[in-house]
Design a protein around this ligand. Structure first.
Ligand SMILES: [Zn+2]
Length: 232
């Protein structure tokens, strides 16, 4: 009973509000209010995971298997506000919540179970991560990991491109990427089916670069999932 009093007291002093609409949250609402959750602009790519506008966009850049996004990115819409809060307003809990909700959606609507051995997030550059305090894509991976019951691990690293690495890939040349991705030295991903995740997919260049590193290091397959898809 005492705990309840303490919680009521804390809610009174530090009220929790929905970051999208500002309404105060009920105990059963971990991050977004029920109305905002229900009106997210869902993309439903998981219903046609092997053949949708994302897979078409990526064909030729990597061996595409499944490509999915939870919501559609729309300028001035809910998705833009969510991503802005997640990336620039110190709200890492939004990333985890998006992962949790998308994981539930994949299980309940897509019938997913046991498709992957490991969830891997696209790494941020270490300096950027230090400034932000967290990697938003890792938070998305963590939420997915909880609701899909699959482990997530940061097996990739990102570092500045140096001139000694003379063989730029086609993608890096296309995008003028001055950073490269690598598998961390201590990691072994041989034979694993990997779900690679990021916050947003626009051109797909970053995701493809990471996917190709995972495949070159022995991953059996790489599927892609992002919080949002669309221009930004
Ligand atoms: Zn709300």
């Amino acid at each position: 009973m005492r705990l309840f009093f303490l919680k009521d007291f804390l809610d009174l002093v530090f009220p929790r509000n929905c970051p999208l609409c500002g309404k105060s949250l009920f105990d059963f609402e971990p991050c977004l209010c029920t109305v905002c959750q229900g009106t997210l602009p869902r993309a439903n790519f998981h219903l046609r995971a092997f053949d949708n506008e994302l897979t078409s966009k990526l064909r030729g850049l990597m061996p595409v298997n499944r490509a999915m996004a939870f919501i559609r990115f729309t300028k001035k819409g809910k998705s833009q506000k969510l991503l802005h809060l997640l990336k620039y307003k110190n709200k890492p809990e939004i990333g985890e919540e998006m992962g949790r909700l998308y994981g539930l959606t994949l299980v309940q609507e897509g019938g997913y179970s046991g498709e992957w051995d490991l969830i891997v997030a696209v790494p941020l550059h270490p300096l950027k991560q230090k400034r932000r305090g967290y990697n938003q894509s890792e938070k998305f991976a963590k939420g997915l990991s909880i609701s899909l019951n699959i482990r997530s691990k940061e097996v990739l690293e990102r570092r500045k491109f140096t001139e000694t690495q003379t063989k730029k890939s086609r993608l890096q040349r296309l995008e003028n990427v001055d950073e490269v991705f690598d598998l961390k030295d201590s990691e072994n991903i041989n034979g694993l089916r990997i779900l690679l995740v990021d916050d947003v997919i626009t051109t797909g260049a970053t995701l493809c670069a990471c996917a190709n590193v995972l495949l070159a290091n022995g991953a059996k397959l790489v599927d892609l999932a992002t919080i949002a898809a669309g221009g930004q």
